[in-house]
Design a protein. Sequence first.
Length: 349
Amino acid sequence: FASSPKDQYDAVTDRISGICQALETAGPNPRLTEVTGAQSLTEQLLTPPPPISTKYTEYPAMVRRARNAIIEGELIQVVLGQRVEITTVGNPIDIYEQLSAMNPSPYMYLLDLGDMQLIGASPELMMRSTDGVASVHPIAGTRPRGATAEEDLQNEADLISSEKESAEHVMLVDLARNDLGRVCVPGTVQVHSFKHVERYSHVMHLVSRVEGKLAEGNDGIDAFRAGFPIGTLSGAPKIRAIQLIAELEPEGRGPYCGGIGWFGANGDIDTGTVIRSIVLRDGTAHVQAGSGIVFDSIPEAEDLESLQKARAPLLAIARAEPVHDRSWRSSEKVSSEPTHTATMAITVE
């Protein structure tokens, strides 16, 4: 950049204008059109994901250990994650376009960080602060999308009526209220749109909206610090949940479950959670997903739920591969559950 602030400002605005012009004049991506086209939701759900190894057993074992800690009274809930790794020659931009086309979400991002790229389509608001009002939208409770409209409604009814999912959601809404209560005016923290269902390409979630008026002297950064890491990606009580995650997950999470967004000079912020994300490094794509573990969790069901959450990023990676490299793709119809065969390595993180 040039030395003076004005020259720096002019250089940045010129660059932004150039990017906008390039986006406005860009033609359609032929690979994106060829792969996704006008594919319906049903066709997306019936497309098999990249195969996943059946030899992976660590995650159900982690769930059992977490349940034992819950039974012993150490905590009420903990969110455990696992990682799927797959070799890819896909271009980061193509992967992002595939993900945004099949799973449009409130927080879409592609960051080139030099030795790695971070791509994501996150449904969850981590923390937002605008005009002195802080808000967080806890997501807790998941079901897969149905392959038909009727099955979709059945899955929604099952989600809403589930005592397990409801109890977990209420607990995490209370945790969000407690986080905001640390930085908001007493009595102003309220819950809106309690337990409504939001649909995404491969899953549906229970979501609530928690808001509060920030106390004098506090801004969005204070709210972010009060809520980080959010309870829906850690657990409750939060400190013990974080400790147990460190004990059970053998490696650090990296960007997964962090926050991404913008921080304004006036104290306003808007951040989403880093979930439904892909880390690209040295020709390997890392996709992480997790599930909330409670007293009555079934290890195999939690394993399936976490893999269902990873389905959209995995399909985006596969569809961004050059056409001649998509040998795993099949025209056979399958269920909306992940396919399990031994060609992809899974490790826990």
